[in-house]
Design a binder for this molecule. Sequence first.
Ligand code: PGA
Length: 250
Amino acid sequence: MRQPLVAGNWKMHGSRAENANLVTALLDLLPAGKHAEILVCPPFPYLLETGRQLKDSGVQLGAQSVCAEAQGAFTGEVSAAMLKDVGCRYVLVGHSERRQLYGESDALVARKFVAAQSQGLVPVLCVGETLDEREGNQTLQVVSRQLEAVLSVSGVRSLARAVIAYEPVWAIGTGRTASGEQAQEVHAMIRARVAALDATIGGSVRILYGGSVKASNAQELFAMPDIDGGLVGGASLKADEFARICAGAG
Ligand code: PGA
């Protein structure tokens, strides 16, 4: 039985005061005794403070990116060891905004995945196709390529300590969500590819859906057999909306 995971990706939003209010409200609203695991990913400068506020709440802390290098002269970068040091358990790798706006290649994403795991962080590997790729019937090919880039470097066993997030680029921040069936098709393909290499890991790896997840569509998505929760951007900045999404994950 896979434990659902709902992750909030705050992106480059918030301030110390706004974050404190958001977390206070969220902790108040989160349903007690729920089964799903909840994660928030604030911007780097706020990790320590948000982590302190989350202490003993059961809500996990994650970062939005990580440097592929361990340490050294890499101005502006943040290492996996630093993220671990400030209390992170998870880190997003290969978010489409990193791939598209900052030129992160499949190979770099794979190195970041390795760097995260080397420090005991759980990478949330984001994959997904653009609108052109979907319209060109390349969805499964693109997602497979992104997945293989990590598998070829890390091996299938590494997925026992990772999460995958399928995020169609055309659905991110656009208000346009994949339907449950559209998402399920890709999730099933991802799981089948992993299962072909290792049936146990294929059955246990959590695959999240991301892209305009809201309280109004979360339940339809989470009801799909291979969707194990969500990676939520915009809606994770509103405590009531995010809490309702979390409640919908079981
Ligand atoms: P969105 O973002 O929920 O605002 O579409 C999702 C994401 O980028 O992870």
